[in-house]
Design a protein around this ligand. Structure first.
Ligand SMILES: NC(=O)c1ccc[n+]([C@@H]2O[C@H](COP(=O)([O-])OP(=O)(O)OC[C@H]3O[C@@H](n4cnc5c(N)ncnc54)[C@H](OP(=O)(O)O)[C@@H]3O)[C@@H](O)[C@H]2O)c1
Length: 270
């Protein structure tokens, strides 16, 4: 059975998802089909990935019923104005060949449009049954505080999180407010896989370094969305929850020296 976290919106979100950035066309469709066959039930895409149709094709060829899948997509920065949120989401639904999106995220904070305007449109989409939960991505604490003023409930914040960039303060803040964190780039885009501590723990648990990272993320109450185009790795990542890491070892990963964020595609300081 799929392990899930309960979102504030009352929706169950699988803890292990499949990231699809850079997976377009046939390669993307094949990767999505394989991920669903392996057992993933959360798919993470975005308008800016240009792969909504490929994701839809992968879902179709997998034969997995739509209602078993949790689909996340993200609104591009050009579409934050009220009417643009509504028209862009209509297009996403067509591209994804579905009647509803499980989780719609604001992809990056955007100072050009007040967040309340974007969230108002998202709330209307939720009330109309077009989306099931509302979330944000790349939001720092002060961006989240802005959302609290709007009265619209935000269930998820998707942010870069991996052992060398562990978001400790933001995680505590989100936990206080019942916001689930989705850890993107959970493998640090591959950069964290050679860390000696992870190699040591992989040997101890008879696992691999990516599996140790993904298990740590979920053990710390976050959703993980690793991406791979390689069938063996797609399976390896999904199987990362088949063992339990002792708390003393989780604490050692928590204490890992922190580096810089990899992604800085948007603005944080406003
Ligand atoms: N909200 C945002 O702004 C944002 C930003 C970035 C990412 N994301 C989401 O997060 C997802 C994951 O992030 P990401 O794709 O940037 O990075 P990632 O998942 O941390 O790393 C992906 C890289 O790791 C490799 N890899 C995957 N599994 C592996 C394994 N078991 N062993 C060795 N190497 C492995 C992949 O190679 P191969 O493909 O060659 O196997 C790929 O090069 C994205 O796909 C997207 O859905 C969101």
């Amino acid at each position: 059975m799929t392990k899930t976290f309960a979102l504030k919106a009352g929706v169950a979100m699988p803890v292990m998802g499949f990231g699809t950035s850079r997976l377009t066309g046939n390669v993307g469709a094949e990767a999505v089909r394989h991920a669903l066959e392996v057992g993933y039930r959360l798919l993470d895409t975005a308008d800016s990935y240009g792969n909504h149709e490929a994701v839809a094709a992968g879902i179709k060829s997998s034969g997995v019923p739509r209602e078993e899948i949790f689909l996340t997509t993200k609104i591009d920065g050009d579409d934050h104005a009220y009417k643009d949120v509504l028209s862009a989401t209509k297009r996403y639904l067509e591209e994804l060949n579905t009647d509803y999106i499980d989780l719609l995220l604001i992809h990056w904070p955007n100072r050009a449009v007040p967040v309340g305007e974007t969230l108002k449109a998202m709330q209307e989409l939720k009330d109309a049954g077009k989306i099931r939960a509302i979330g944000v991505s790349n939001f720092t604490r002060h961006h989240l505080e802005d959302t609290f003023q709007t009265g619209v409930e935000v269930s998820v914040n998707q942010v870069e999180t991996h052992p060398a960039f562990n978001q400790k303060d933001l995680r505590e803040f989100c936990a206080e407010h019942g916001i689930i964190i989705t850890a993107y780039a959970p493998l640090g885009r591959g950069a964290d896989l050679e860390l000696p501590l992870l190699v040591e723990l992989a040997n101890k648990y008879g696992a691999t370094a990516p599996q140790i990272i993904l298990n740590w993320i979920v053990s710390r109450g976050m959703v993980a969305i690793p991406r791979s185009k390689t069938p063996e790795r797609i399976k390896e990542n999904f199987e990362s929850l088949d063992f339990t890491i002792e708390e003393t070892d989780l604490l050692r990963i928590d204490a890992f020296p922190q580096g810089k964020r990899i992604f800085s595609g948007g603005e944080f300081d406003y």
